[in-house]
Design a protein around this ligand. Structure first.
Ligand SMILES: Cc1cc2nc3c(=O)[nH]c(=O)nc-3n(C[C@H](O)[C@H](O)[C@H](O)COP(=O)(O)O)c2cc1C
Ligand code: SF4
Ligand code: SF4
Length: 444
């Protein structure tokens, strides 16, 4: 049986699945219930200064049959009294001493930071997370993403925290910045023991076409909120990778957050270097029970691959994530259709003809609707395989013999890059393109 235990920057937990700081970690009741269901850790809903919340608070993107494919909130940090939270932290730690309880914090002045750190440490937390991410409300008061977007300010606050913190400190970053490495470096240079990312993306999920107000609507008006859920996972993965590959940051433990719903999502974050993962939207959507499948799936994956601990595969994908200039320009794939699986929907033909390279034909002779790939026109872009509704009906077939390797970087060093569009080396020179007039042959 694989061992799911982790030691994340000195914070020990029975597994890498943590609840992110958010409504599911608003109270001791919820966190006890979550631990009982199998979660390994929880980052308490951010504690800090007194706030007043609005009603309503959430909006979402329903994509086709999927509800909450993207989720949006305009909620602030906790509105519960600090003393109640501290008492409940103490109680949770009594029942679950081996689970990770991390206090998310957001205050303003140095004195406030020092005081609240003392308070949560006295209550028995295993770690502290600094919330420099909230993209609404708190940033208007000079906290949250207002700090996360200013690396120099972020570094100063991390330094204040490190002056007094006795438990490990995780700095949570906002993704609302063009270069995630900047705050990542600031956190590292400030001495943070770990980094977590991402918090939510500044967003408007939609506009009501009757009241002309953005969702969620608060008495006829709205504001930008924080976007999260499955829709943000690809951007979060990329940001985790950026930090995990950076020479000055790569030694700092990373807690991966953003759209994690299944064990597969979690494994992807770990493969890109995360040492724990945090979940918010999925727990709000489906409840704490989802962790059972996450743990079982992770265990099965590790058994299948022969991994005994999380550390056997943490960061294993990183060597395969490179810059474009290092990719092999000699590698060639071409689409292949399995006629036995094809249902004749024509989606691949339409996608390739209108959106790609006119490399699919359908000879409609004798009622035939099975498309054919025109090999010499196919650039191997994948679009047809992606739109095809039948699994494995279109696959990409390798056409090079695997013996040649030439990257743009190498061509540049050899001074062998195309210098004009007529150059024989130019990429698109021999690609088939129909005549302009061919476009009109479809007129009815
Ligand atoms: C309603 C709501 C409230 C949140 N409140 C906080 C918070 O108080 N502190 C914090 O650091 N992050 C907060 N977050 C952000 C989450 O912790 C998490 O970073 C984000 O939702 C991305 O994860 P997900 O895609 O699993 O939801 C909140 C998110 C939501 C949806
Ligand atoms: S891989 Fe791209 S170019 Fe080739 S047939 Fe499919 S859509 Fe067309
Ligand atoms: S999209 Fe797939 S199923 Fe539809 S016609 Fe093309 S190959 Fe056949």
């Amino acid at each position: 049986m694989p061992d799911l235990n982790i030691n994340f920057a000195g914070i020990k937990a029975p597994n890498p699945f943590w609840l992110a700081s958010a409504p599911p970690t608003n109270s001791g009741y919820q966190i006890m219930k979550a631990f009982d269901a199998g979660w390994g850790g929880a980052v308490w809903k951010t504690l800090g200064v007194p706030v007043i919340n609005v009603s309503s608070r959430y909006g979402s993107i329903n994509y086709r049959d999927t509800r909450m494919a993207g989720f949006n909130n305009i909620e602030l940090i906790t509105d519960r009294p600090l003393a109640d939270n501290l008492k409940e932290i103490e109680e949770v730690k009594k029942y679950f001493p081996d689970h990770a309880v991390i206090a998310s914090l957001m205050v303003e002045t140095k004195a406030e930071w020092h005081q609240i750190i003392k308070d949560v440490e006295n209550a028995g937390v295993d770690g502290i997370e600094l919330n420099f991410g909230c993209p609404h409300g708190m940033c208007e008061r000079g906290m949250g993403s207002a700090v996360g977007q200013e690396p120099a300010v972020l570094q100063t606050i991390v330094e204040w925290v490190m002056e007094v913190a006795k438990v490990p400190v995780i700095t949570k970053l906002t993704p609302n910045i063009s270069h995630i490495v900047d705050p990542g470096l600031a956190a590292t240079r400030g001495g943070s023991n770990a980094i977590s990312l991402v918090n939510t993306f500044k967003s408007i999920v939609g506009i009501d076409l009757d009241s002309f107000a953005p969702y969620p609507i608060v008495d006829g008006k709205g504001t930008n909120g924080g976007y999260c859920g499955p829709a943000i996972k690809p951007i979060a993965l990329d940001m985790v990778k950026e930090l995990a590959q950076h020479p000055e940051i790569q030694h700092v433990p990373i807690s991966g957050i953003g759209g994690i719903e299944t064990w597969r999502d979690a494994v992807e974050f770990i493969l890109l270097g995360a040492g724990s993962v945090q979940v918010c939207t999925a727990a709000m959507h489906y409840g704490f029970g989802i962790v059972r499948e996450m743990k079982a799936g992770l265990e099965q994956f590790m058994t299948d691959k022969g991994f005994e601990t999380i550390y056997d595969f943490k960061g294993k994908a990183l060597p395969n994530v490179t810059e474009w200039k290092n990719l092999n320009l000699m590698h060639k794939v071409v689409a292949k259709i399995d006629p036995a699986k094809c249902v004749g929907c024509d989606l691949c033909y339409i996608a390739c003809d209108d959106g790609a390279h006119q490399a699919i034909r359908i000879s409609k002779l004798n009622g035939n609707r099975i498309p054919e790939i025109i090999d010499e026109n196919c650039v191997g872009c994948n679009l047809c395989a992606l739109v095809c509704p039948v699994e494995e009906c279109i696959t990409m077939e390798k056409r090079d013999d695997g013996t040649k390797f030439k990257s743009w970087e190498e061509l540049t060093i050899e001074n062998n890059v195309p210098t004009s569009f007529d150059d024989e080396l130019a990429g698109g020179k021999h690609h088939f393109v129909p005549t302009v007039q061919d476009a009109l042959k479809f007129r009815k």
